[in-house]
Structures are given as structure tokens and as C-alpha cells.
Write a protein that binds this ligand. Sequence first.
Ligand SMILES: N[C@@H](CCC[C@H](N)C(=O)O)C(=O)O
Length: 280
Amino acid sequence: MNTLKFTKMHGLGNDFLVVDATKEPISWTAANIQAWANRHTGVGFDQLLVIEPSSNERCDFKYRIFNADGSEVEQCGNGARCFAKYVTEHGLTDKKSVMVETMRGIIVLHVLEDGQITVDMGKPHFAPEEIPYVPSSPTDHDAMAHVLIVGTDTVTISCVNMGNPHAVLLVDDIRKAPVSVLGEAIESHAQFPQKVNVGFAEIVSRDEINLRVFERGVGETQACGTGACAAAVAGIRHGLLNQNVLVNLPGGTLTIQWQEGESVLMTGPAAEVYSGVLTY
Ligand SMILES: N[C@@H](CCC[C@H](N)C(=O)O)C(=O)O
């Protein structure tokens, strides 16, 4: 019988099982993750976050992320803020700015005086092969307006890679957006060979959007940090938003800052809920 010490955390309701594997490696299977993530028979969470030592001398830690379905993924923005809170409050570092290795490059986490955390999420990428996205035709080359046939519907999507893949749809009213049906159909669409996170964004003003995200490997979540970055970047590229954007998600609000050619900065809270031990 194995035991696993964990801490339950969340960023605006996007919830996590955080595991410290800095002292000794921990092993599990995808089936273990699915069982722990189950909201009726397990702890319940959207992602498992694992803190490991980094072999990159520039980095303080390595950050690994697993979706509730057991798949390992490249990036998680809300998780990055929880990661920063965990390593600074559990004595793993005394730094207030932490460099972290992820599957897709390095991100930098800054713990602010008021307890909020700003994450330098790196630069967004747009080329189809960087998403990855398979264009519908030779003329389907505008990253902000890819044309995708989904069943009997044709939808226009903006594709942004924030370390992980995102498709963003602009909608008039997120309350009426078909997030679960269309989100699921686009998530597993054959033109996204590694699947995709799907955001439904409503422009409120040049400084504010409302957003719901159907996350790859999870379903709709209360908040998605990389989804907020992708939607803000798409809105800015469309010329609809200024460089500082409030992103209202079902679980709360994030601030996203971006200008063309630069890294995306995401600021928001992180919360610890409780700690426990799992046996498996
Ligand atoms: N909740 C996240 C994103 C987690 C990973 C995502 N589901 C994927 O598969 O890429 C966030 O806050 O960014």
C-alpha cells in the first residue's frame, strides 16, 4: 500500500491536488489520477500539480501538470499561482520570485505584497504547427479567424498556444454559449491532433471580457488561467481590447496584460484549502 501526502488548493475555483515530490520521486498511474480526481469517490480536482527538482540550473523547481483524465499537459496558469503560494508558504524557498521549468519552457512566478501572484506566462504562439492545428484549407491561414467545420456547424476560432493549445470563440452572451456541447466537439476535433482547450469569450468593453472555458481533459471549469491569457491575447489581436484586460470567469476575475511581441502577464489569487493523505 502506497501513501501520498497532498494539499488541496484552488485558483478561482479551478482546483488542484498539489504534491511535493522534491525530496523523493512519487509514482502513480493515469487510473490513480482519475480515481483521486473523482468528485464523488476521490478528493476531487481539475488538475494534479507535482513539484519536482529541476535539472535546469536557471530554475528553482520543475512543475508537472496532469489533467483529471490522467493526461500530462504542458501548462496551467491557475496552477502556477497555487504552485507559487505552496513553495513560498511551505518553506521550499524563501524567494518571492521563482523560476519554474515546465514541459514548454520556463515561467516566472512573482508573489506580490498583497498575496496575489503575477505569472510571466511567456510569449503566445499562433502558427498552426505551434498550436498544433491542421488548417481546413490552404486559405485557412489567419490564426485569429480559422474556419472550422464542427458537425453541421461552421465556427470561426482564434488559435493561441500559451504553452498549451487554446481555441477561442467570440460570443454575444456567454450565459447562452453552448460550452459543453460545442466545447467537447472542438476539444476532440480531428484538426487538433493534441486536442484543445476551448474558450467562449464575450467582450464587455475594451478593458473587460467574460469567459467560460471547456478544458481539455476535464470539461468546463470555474476558471482557466491559460484560457484567460489566450482569450485576452485574441481580443487584443482582433483590435477589440486594450493591453490590460479584466477577465471575468465563473470563479472570479483575473488581470491579463499583453502587448504584441511580449510575454503575457497574469495576476490573480491562490488559496490553500486543506492537506491530507491518500492511500493507493
Ligand atoms: N486550468 C488550467 C489549464 C490546465 C491544462 C488544460 N486543461 C490543458 O489540457 O491544456 C489553467 O488554469 O491554465
